[in-house]
Design a binder for this molecule. Structure first.
Ligand code: SF4
Length: 239
């Protein structure tokens, strides 16, 4: 017969199983006909290439990562504006590029596109890669719905509320011009056409090394291969 600790651990395991099942269902729902905005945020087309070629071989997300994703998705569920979770995309040959925007606020006559982020520590400014991500959404909105936003921003939140005196949220907003949004649209086109060309010719794009590499599920293959194309057999051997 199990003792109390063993029963408690068995319950923990049931929770983990539930979250793992949720993750599997989320991944199965992911639209494979779309290059997702989130894949491009760190600026490395090589990573997206690996995702396209070997998506079924990604190392499983660890328990901590799984829980983080689950909390993030659950905290995104509450709609704040009518635009909540609106799908937007641009069509390219073979696949589209798109995602779901979080919210658009109308403040003082200005349309402000906002992405929500749940973090352990509030930053002192908007992170560059999140700014890039929200600009991709601004460009998608312009191309797909002909809506020009006046600003973009990130609303950061701490998902836990431990002490009343601790600040729990911080929003950063940046006004942007139509010209900047159009330039971002051109950047999207360059990235997607380059990726499509590398996928078609089965050649590996140049790596774009950054702090993100330490978190990239393909780092072993990418490092093993350095700058040259890696065959599927070699990938299998080093993964
Ligand atoms: S390890 Fe870095 S350079 Fe290599 S694919 Fe991943 S993000 Fe790109």
């Amino acid at each position: 017969m199990m003792n109390e600790e063993e029963v408690a651990e068995a319950i923990n395991e049931k929770f983990r199983e539930g979250v793992r099942k949720w993750m599997d269902e989320e991944q199965a729902k992911r639209d494979k006909a779309i290059f997702h905005v989130s894949s491009f945020v760190y600026g490395c087309i090589r990573k997206v290439w690996y995702e396209e070629k070997y998506s079924d071989k990604i190392a499983p997300v660890d328990e901590e990562g799984l829980l983080r994703m689950w909390i993030g998705v659950k905290l995104h569920e509450t709609p704040i504006t009518d635009w909540h979770e609106t799908p937007i995309w641009i069509d390219f040959p073979v696949k589209s590029f798109g995602g779901r925007l979080d919210e658009i606020f109308e403040i003082d006559g200005k349309k402000i596109l906002i992405d929500k982020k749940f973090v352990n520590k509030l930053p002192i400014s908007m992170n560059d890669h999140y700014f890039k991500q929200i600009m991709y959404y601004a460009a998608l909105l312009l191309y797909s719905k002909e809506i020009v936003v006046d600003g973009v921003g990130i609303h950061y939140m701490l998902p836990t509320v431990s002490y009343k005196s601790v600040k729990r949220e911080q929003t950063f907003v940046k006004f942007v011009s139509k010209k900047e949004i159009l330039e971002t649209g051109e950047e999207i086109k360059r990235m997607v056409y380059s990726l499509l060309s590398h996928l078609e010719t089965d050649t590996l794009p140049e790596p774009k090394r950054s702090w993100y590499c330490d978190y990239c599920p393909y780092i072993n293959s990418c490092n093993a291969d350095s700058l040259e194309y890696i065959s599927k057999d070699v990938f299998e051997a080093v993964k």
